[in-house]
Ligand binder design. Structure first.
Ligand code: NAP
Ligand code: GDD
Length: 374
C-alpha cells in the first residue's frame, strides 16, 4: 500500500532530505510551500516535476489553509518541520516565532482532528535540543529537565507539550524528535557551521578577507542532516508513540569546527587572545591557497554583534534510547567527515561563483544575521 506523507517545511534543509528519503521508499509526498516574492526553492528544485512529489500553498499561521490541505491530502503521516528556526532571529521576531513554532503545532493537530484523521494519521514534531537550553545536566537525555533559553526554545517547548497533551488526551500517534544540531551542504548560510565552511572556502580562494563570529567557546553535538531524517521516519514506524533524543554523543566547540574547516580549505590556523579579542591567524597555507592569503593574516575575528542575549553553550546528547529502540546508528557520519564534506561542497560552489557575487553575498549574510538595527 502506498503511504502518503505531508511535510511542512519542505523547502528547508531537513524537508529536502526527508522528501528524498520518503520518495525512495515509495511514498506519495506532499509539501507545503508559502508564497514569497521570489520563488527560491533551491533545495527541492531537483524534485519538482517528478512523479509522486506535490507542492501546495499554505502557511503555518493560517489555520484554514492547513485544515483544507490536510482534508485534501488525507495523509498517513505528517512531518511538521516548518519553523522560524534561527535562534538569534527569534530575539528580533519573538511573536512571529511563537505563532509559527508554537501555535503552528496546535494548528496541525487541530487540522488532523477537524478532518477526523486522529486515529489514522501519525504526526512527527521537529523538537529540539534547545529545550535543554541553560542545561541542567550533561549529557542530555529524554529525562533531562528542560530550561529553554531563547524565544525560539520557549515556542518549541509549547510544541513539545501540546504534542504530548494530544497524545494523552485523544490517543493520537504524535511524537517529538528532540534533535540536536544537524548540518549539511544544504544548511542555511547564517547558521554557524555553514557560515564557517562558506567563509573558509571564500577566504582560501581570495574572495573574502575575514570571518566574524560570536561565541567561539559554545559547544554543540553536531550530526549530519541526511542521517537524521531517517530517525524522523523511524520514530513514526515505532510500535508506540514516544519521544526520542537524536544526537551523536560527541561534542565540539565552534572554535574546533572553524579550525578543522579552514584545514580542509588549505589553511592552518592558530588562535591568539581571549573573548572579544580572540583571533584566528594563518599559520600555514597549502599550495592551492590564493596568493592574497599570507601567513600572519587575521582571518577569523570576534564580533559582539553575533553574541546572543542568552546563549546555549553546552549541548551534548545521549542517543542511547534511539540506538536501542530504533536501531539507529548515530555515528554513520562522523564530525570529521561532516566538516570535510561541507567544505568540499563549498570550495566547489565558491569556485563556480564570480568574485563580485560572492562579496555581495558575504555582506548580505552579515547584514541579515546582525539585524538591521545593528
Ligand atoms: P530550515 O532550513 O530553516 O527550514 C525551515 C522550513 O520552515 C522552511 O521550509 C521554511 O519555509 C518553513 N517555514 C517557516 N515559516 C513558515 C510558515 N509560516 N509557513 C510555512 N512554512 C514555514 O530548518 P531545518 O534546519 O530544516 O529544521 C527543520 C525543523 O527542525 C525546524 O522546525 C527546526 O526548528 C527543527 N530543528 C532543526 C535542527 C537543526 O539542527 N537543523 C535541530 C533541531 C530542530 P521557507 O523556505 O519559505 O522559509
Ligand atoms: N549563527 C551563528 N553565527 N552562531 C554563532 C556565531 C555566528 O557568527 N558565532 C558563534 N555562534 C554560536 C551561537 O552563539 C550558538 O551558541 C552556536 O554557535 C550555534 O549557533 P547556530 O548555528 O545558529 O545554531 P543553534 O544551535 O543556535 O540552533 C540550531 O540548532 C538547534 C538545535 O540545537 C538551529 O538549527 C535550531 O533550529 C535548532 O533547534
Amino acid at each position: 500500500m502506498t503511504k502518503t506523507a505531508l511535510i511542512t517545511g519542505v523547502t528547508g534543509q531537513d524537508g529536502s532530505y526527508l522528501s528524498e528519503f520518503l520518495l525512495a521508499r515509495g511514498y506519495e509526498v506532499h509539501g507545503i510551500i508559502r508564497r514569497s516574492s521570489v520563488d527560491y526553492r533551491e533545495r527541492i528544485a531537483h524534485l519538482e516535476g517528478t512523479p509522486h512529489f506535490h507542492l501546495h500553498y499554505a502557511d503555518m499561521s493560517d489555520s484554514m489553509s492547513l485544515v483544507k490541505l490536510v482534508g485534501k491530502v488525507q495523509p498517513d503521516e505528517i512531518y511538521n518541520l516548518a519553523a522560524q528556526s534561527h535562534v538569534q532571529v527569534s530575539f528580533d521576531a519573538p511573536e512571529f516565532t511563537a505563532d509559527v513554532d508554537a501555535v503552528g503545532v496546535l494548528r496541525i493537530l487541530e487540522a488532523v482532528r477537524t478532518n477526523h484523521l486522529e486515529k489514522t494519521c501519525k504526526i512527527y514534531q521537529a523538537s529540539t535540543s534547545e529545550l535543554y537550553g541553560k542545561v541542567e545536566e550533561v549529557p542530555q537525555s529524554e529525562t533531562t529537565p528542560f530550561h529553554p533559553y531563547s524565544p525560539y526554545a520557549v515556542a518549541k517547548l509549547y510544541g513539545y507539550w501540546i504534542i504530548k497533551e494530544y497524545r494523552e488526551a485523544y490517543d493520537m500517534f504524535c511524537c517529538s524528535g528532540i534533535l540536536f544540531n544537524h548540518e549539511s551542504e544544504r544548511r542555511g548560510e547564517t547558521f554557524v557551521t555553514r557560515k564557517i565552511t562558506l567563509a573558509a572556502a571564500r577566504i582560501a580562494q581570495g574572495k573574502q578577507d575575514c570571518l566574524y563570529l560570536g561565541n567561539l567557546d559554545s559547544l554543540r553535538d553536531w550530526g549530519y542532516a541526511k542521517d537524521y531524517v531517517e530517525c524522523m521516519w523511524l520514530i513514526l514506524q515505532h510500535e508506540t508513540p514516544e519521544d526520542f533524543v537524536i544526537a551523536t554523543g560527541v561534542q565540539h566547540s565552534v572554535r574546533e569546527f572553524a579550525t578543522l574547516a579552514f584545514h580542509h580549505a588549505g589553511i592552518e590556523l592558530r588562535w591568539e587572545g581571549e573573548g572579544v579579542n580572540e583571533k584566528g591567524i594563518v599559520e600555514r597555507v597549502n599550495e592551492l591557497t590564493n596568493e592574497r592569503v599570507k601567513v600572519g593574516d587575521v582571518v577569523v575575528a570576534v564580533s559582539p554583534d553575533f553574541y546572543r542575549p542568552t546563549d546555549v553553550v553546552n549541548l551534548l546528547g545521549d542517543p542511547s534510547k534511539a540506538k536501542r529502540e530504533l536501531g539507529w546508528n548515530p555515528q554513520t557520519t562522523s564530525f570529521e567527515q561532516l566538516v570535510e564534506l561541507m567544505v568540499a561542497h563549498d570550495m566547489k560552489k565558491v569556485a563556480a561563483d564570480d568574485a563580485a557575487a560572492e562579496i555581495r553575498k558575504v555582506n548580505l549574510a552579515e547584514f541579515l544575521e546582525k539585524g538591521i538595527d545593528k
